[in-house]
Design a protein around this ligand. Structure first.
Ligand code: GN1
Ligand code: MG
Length: 370
């Protein structure tokens, strides 16, 4: 790996953006698995102003210009929507800070792409809901996002990571990685490998529904973890949706499903003690209610009935991606221990098992809301 003085690179990058005032400090921020994120503080007009700076992971995002073009297009569109509804556009959507030469991103001497945005003040981002209402509010936020972008011209979006949530393609990639076994660690994960193989047919369900005309492609967020919604710190109501890197055409049921995967669990994505990891069906119902309220009637009945499939698909797929990365030797997700990806995949498979055990109940719940 390239050795760079990280602080020097951040300072160098900061200089290129059109921040006002004087730099106070910066520090690593958040716990995303892909990009490097920093909180940067400036003093201007006697006040501290907070910003987020990110180095975009160019191994994952091969076309960072495309990523930024999607984000600039979508945030400009959302801004108009917020204004129409009498909201505060400085807070209710991401505000990108341009570079001094009026571009949305900066490419540094190493070829790394940087961007900056205003930090959403008086808002919080949660890794786990503290109560049902937090989760409900995040569901409303992602449902709203779906509804607000229903009129967005999807054909202008770049597919920034091709086949991102195409689960059969992910399955093929998993088999290829297994064949190569670059890390030599596949033998440590035999039950997990069998778990995935036993669900090959399931991986095809949504792609088949799309081919049969039963599932439309829409503008989707594709990374709907609860920590990608900012909630107002006092009212706990949604302020805005963040992490717009993976906005692409996709399935609404997958946006729903990724939230369930992450938020309807009783433990963190990387909990080692599987006795603590459970799929919470009451949180599933809470999210269903909030998401459909936010969507405001844009989903078809067939889509609503496929929401449980979306939940299981995203959970299985994410587990399979963690497992694939474990077998590849941790080349994609940031890891903090030798078996981090293996630990992560186990929580996902535990959730899948519990969803399977409560499948009829999940179907009954969504049917109530169609
Ligand atoms: C990654 O960067 P972050 O943590 O928001 C990943 C998602 C996974 C998630 C698992 C571009 O998201 O797809 O669901 O980790 N993002 C990308 O926590 O691969
Ligand atoms: Mg994120």
């Amino acid at each position: 790996m390239r050795k760079v003085d990280k602080s020097a690179a951040v300072i160098e990058a900061i200089k290129n953006f059109d921040f006002k005032g004087t730099l106070v400090d910066f520090r690593p921020f958040g716990n995303g698995h892909i990009n490097d994120t920093y909180m940067v503080r400036f003093r201007y007009d006697g006040k501290i102003r907070k910003y987020i700076m990110q180095r975009i992971n160019s191994t994952v995002f091969k076309n960072p210009e495309g990523v930024m073009s999607n984000i600039l297009g979508v945030t400009a569109f959302l801004r108009e929507e917020v204004i129409k509804n009498g909201g505060d556009p400085e807070r209710e959507t991401i505000n990108i800070i341009n570079t001094k030469d009026k571009k949305g991103f900066h490419i540094d001497g190493y070829g790394d792409v940087w961007r900056a945005m205003v930090y959403v003040v008086d808002a919080i981002s949660l890794d786990l809901p503290e109560d049902n209402n937090d989760f409900y509010q995040s569901a409303v936020a992602f449902g709203n996002f779906q509804r607000q972008l229903a009129a967005y011209p999807a054909e202008t979006l770049f597919e920034t990571i091709p086949n991102f949530h195409n689960t059969p393609v992910r399955y093929e990639n998993f088999l290829k990685s297994l064949e190569k076994n670059a890390s030599g660690r596949a033998d440590n994960a035999l039950p997990e490998i069998e778990f995935v193989k036993a669900r090959k047919e399931f991986t095809e369900i949504l792609e088949n529904a799309y081919k049969e005309g039963k599932l439309p492609k829409r503008v989707t967020h594709n990374d709907t973890k609860m920590n990608n919604v900012m909630l107002d710190k006092d009212t706990r109501e949604p302020v805005c949706v963040v992490d717009l890197d993976t906005i692409m055409p996709g399935y609404s049921v997958n946006d729903f499903g990724d939230s369930i995967r992450f938020g309807a669990s009783t433990a963190a994505e990387d909990e080692r003690d599987l006795d603590k990891v459970h799929f919470d069906i009451s949180l599933f119902e809470t999210y269903t209610r909030g998401f459909l309220k936010g969507c405001g009637g844009i989903l078809t009945e067939e889509e609503i009935m496929l929401l449980p499939e979306g939940a299981k698909m995203m959970t299985l797929e994410c587990g399979m991606r963690f497992l694939t990365d474990y077998i590849d030797g941790d080349v994609y997700f940031k890891t903090h221990s030798e078996d981090h990806n293996l630990v992560r995949c186990r929580t996902q498979f535990k959730l899948v098992e519990e969803m399977e055990a409560q499948w009829d109940e999940m179907k009954r719940i969504v049917a109530k809301y169609k």
